[in-house]
Unconditional design. Structure first.
Length: 285
């Protein structure tokens, strides 16, 4: 994640979109990469204020390492009512950290904070992880699944080039009651499998990309109560701003794109996404 961090903070943010007619939630963001500042800084507050100006008034700040998960917890505590946290080791971090068990202990301790409402992002990523390290990645995924169940928190899954193994492990060990596929990247058949199993699918700006017709087909199928929206800021700014620095404000553009694909009213969809986020992650108050 560090290399991506350095690249992204040098980009210009996408322009603020037209406000949504009702408030809604960004279910997955990495604000520390957007700002490269302290969790209670003016820069972080400005990102939140920009989002609120377009009616994106709540954000789930998501962890990917032990150190950065602490940042997430600190941000959530600095902005009650506006931010909740998720904590975890990213699947690309798990095989390379010097002491996996020590980092797990940090994540487990952070998970006890009342502002932490999810364990994530965890999962599998075979795009960057060589086959020799995939077993360790799978071990870490199983540990995070167990932690989510023991703490009764949502599980937030990162799944890249690993669909079959992610689904198999969830069946093998048993999925938590609230299991979220962050930045869903599967096709229609995978979406149907996830829907049948009761998983929650979160769509990002990728569904607006020209080369993603499968995602647009998939988003049409998801029942209201199994649907979330996210930016994955600072990555994956939606079209027509692909390549810009993404921020939570871009949820407004993604929701409009989702509503168009689903042939739904924007306000009704935004409200449903907000209700889902509060049901899955709890109150932001």
């Amino acid at each position: 994640m560090a290399d991506r961090h350095n690249r992204d903070i040098d980009r210009q943010p996408a322009p603020l979109p037209e406000p949504l007619p009702v408030p809604t939630v960004d279910a997955h963001a990495h604000i520390e990469i957007v700002t490269n500042e302290a969790p209670d800084s003016d820069a972080v507050r400005q990102v939140l204020d920009d989002a609120k100006s377009v009616n994106v008034d709540r954000i789930v700040q998501v962890g990917y390492s032990a150190e950065q998960s602490q940042w997430c917890v600190d941000m959530a505590n600095a902005f009650p009512g506006r931010v909740l946290a998720a904590v975890a080791l990213h699947p690309n971090e798990a095989p390379v950290v010097p002491d996996l068990e020590a980092d797990w202990a940090i994540i487990e301790k952070l998970a006890q904070d009342p502002r932490v409402r999810a364990i994530g992002e965890t999962g599998l990523d075979y795009f960057r992880t060589e086959p020799a390290l995939q077993k360790r990645q799978q071990e870490s995924f199983k540990w995070h699944i167990d932690l989510a169940k023991r703490t009764n928190k949502a599980l937030v899954i990162h799944d890249r080039d690993s669909h079959d193994d992610v689904l198999s492990i969830l069946l093998e060990v048993g999925a938590p009651e609230k299991t979220v596929f962050h930045c869903f990247s599967g096709d229609v058949e995978m979406a149907k499998t996830c829907i049948d199993r009761g998983y929650i699918l979160s769509f990002a700006g990728t569904m607006t990309f020209k080369n993603a017709p499968a995602l647009r087909d998939a988003v049409k199928l998801v029942p209201h109560d199994q649907l979330l929206v996210e930016t994955d800021s600072p990555f994956l700014a939606p079209s027509p701003h692909r390549g810009a620095l993404n921020t939570p404000a871009q949820i407004a553009n993604i929701v409009r794109a989702m509503a168009a694909e689903r042939d739904e009213d924007v306000a009704e969809l935004a409200t449903a996404l907000s209700v889902n986020a509060e049901r899955i992650f709890g109150s932001f108050a």
